[in-house]
Write a protein that binds this ligand. Sequence first.
Ligand code: UGY
Ligand code: MN
Length: 246
Amino acid sequence: MEISALTRSVVKRNHAIIAPDGYINSNVPGWTNCTVNVIINEQMGARLCQTIITMRQDGRLEGQTLASQVFFYVVEGTVHATVGGEARTLSTGQFVYIPIRQAYVFEQATEGTQLLTFHKVYEPLVSYETPSILFGEKDDSKAPIYMNDEALRIQELLPNDPSFDMAVNIFTYNPGGHLPMVETHIMEHGLLYLQGQAIYMLDQEWYPVKKGDSIWMAPYCQQWATTMGKEPSVYIYYKNVNRFPT
Ligand code: UGY
Ligand code: MN
């Protein structure tokens, strides 16, 4: 039997690992018949919000983005999404990016559907239009190799365009793959492991992680990772981009 006094989760000033064993549900107005876990939030010192939503029977999310844009990704299952008058059915690996001031409805199609969200306060640029609604999907054929290393692939899910101030990427490490250097950077990350296992180094501390785990990395949190095991490890991650440093 597992000992309930142990967890792999940690919450520190500059990083956090949140494993599902410690989830406690939140009630979010308009999100009904759903289990909502707020994984990363400003309460931690973060400037993004990351949630994981599990939809029960008749699960429904109805709302309106305000100052924050929201990226919805289907981790597992199927959902009917209506955004900006357009209705689509989204299944595992598909997403919709919802810009600010936009109404949305998501209705569960299969019970147990799991959604991941990243929220960021949008910072407009005078010379660029606010981005539009964007639907898309994980597609390994659109994941070029990263830094000349055949074991690493990154797919950018959002356009690399200055109107966007957030990036969401899917990073695949084949067996043997590891980050080519310890990264030290101003950008912040929120992350969810979609597959496999890995060892993550955060600010010189070493953590075993696996599918279902989330990680927060504050600006300048030092980071390095190597995959573990025989299958690839895959994570989806948020990064703030394209704005003047303040
Ligand atoms: O885009 C990134 O900064 C990415 N290479 N970082 C990470 O995966 N921890
Ligand atoms: Mn990074």
